[in-house]
Design a protein around this ligand. Structure first.
Ligand code: SF4
Length: 255
């Protein structure tokens, strides 16, 4: 399966495993990915090195307003309005303003819809990003590993980052956070990677206990990946991980 990019600012609605009928907002360009990670499994392909050009907040607002008005007219409103798309949404310099007008438009046109953000947790040291994420109904933040070695292999951050610093930032949400973790195994650049092995799994569980999230979303590969030799975990394996999390008093969803 090939990787792909979203070609619109407001896209879908798509049927999402996690968010039901989900209207997507892509705050990144429509022809390339911009991200502070370069995950081996990213469905948008590898992260490039070109200049970052974001759509204007005004254009996003207009596109979202138009789409919600049309959906309301057809009695076809989404379950969720989801910030996702071609990379990391919180890198947009006006993310806080965009979140604020998204909430206002939701309240006006689709009061029953939830607002979700899928973020990779790399911008949590910015107060404006934190303020924006707290406004979302589903603040879904990534934690894919329990050791720095596996974190660097899987997520390939664009600047040096330590898991313990990310975890400290996640802890600051005081339960207003949902952790998302994608499990897989495979080979890349001569290295075997498996974030479900005990060496990563137990420290990941310890980190979860520190963070005390509202929920953990556990899933595996679903679409094409840029690294070709990756394998998804079975539902049984994901369920076994879920049981270990739940044994620590933390709710999970397996997808
Ligand atoms: S954080 Fe998300 S968008 Fe960025 S590289 Fe990883 S999977 Fe892709």
């Amino acid at each position: 399966m090939a990787t792909f990019l979203f070609d619109q600012m407001v896209f879908g609605p798509v049927k999402s495993r996690r968010f039901g009928k989900s209207l997507g907002i892509n705050l990144l360009p429509d022809n390339k990915k911009i991200c502070s990670f370069n995950c081996l499994y990213c469905e948008c392909g590898w992260t490039g090195k070109s200049e970052s050009v974001f759509p204007s907040a005004g254009n996003v607002k207009e596109a979202l307003k138009d789409r919600l008005e049309t959906m309301a007219l057809h009695n076809d409103l989404p379950d969720t309005i989801t910030f996702a798309g071609n990379g990391e949404p919180t890198l947009h310099p006006d993310f806080l303003d965009i979140m604020k007008f998204t909430i206002a438009l939701r309240d006006q046109h689709a009061p029953l819809s939830k607002v979700a953000v899928l973020s990779n947790s790399t911008t949590l040291d910015r107060s404006d990003v934190k303020e924006a994420l707290i406004l979302a109904d589903y603040n879904v933040l990534k934690l894919d590993a329990g050791t720095d070695k596996t974190f660097n292999l899987i997520n390939n951050p664009s600047r040096p980052l330590l898991l313990k610093d990310i975890v400290n930032n996640l802890k600051a949400f005081q339960r207003n956070v949902i952790i998302q973790t994608l499990f897989f195994r495979g080979m890349f650049a001569g290295e075997f990677i498996d974030n479900s092995l005990a060496v990563d799994l137990y420290p990941w569980l310890d980190y979860l206990c520190e963070i005390a999230p509202r929920e953990v979303m556990i899933y595996s590969l679903e679409r094409g990946t840029p690294a070709l030799d990756l394998k998804k975990l079975s539902q049984e394996e994901l369920q076994a991980i879920s049981m270990m999390v739940e044994a620590r008093g933390i709710k999970t969803q397996v997808y």
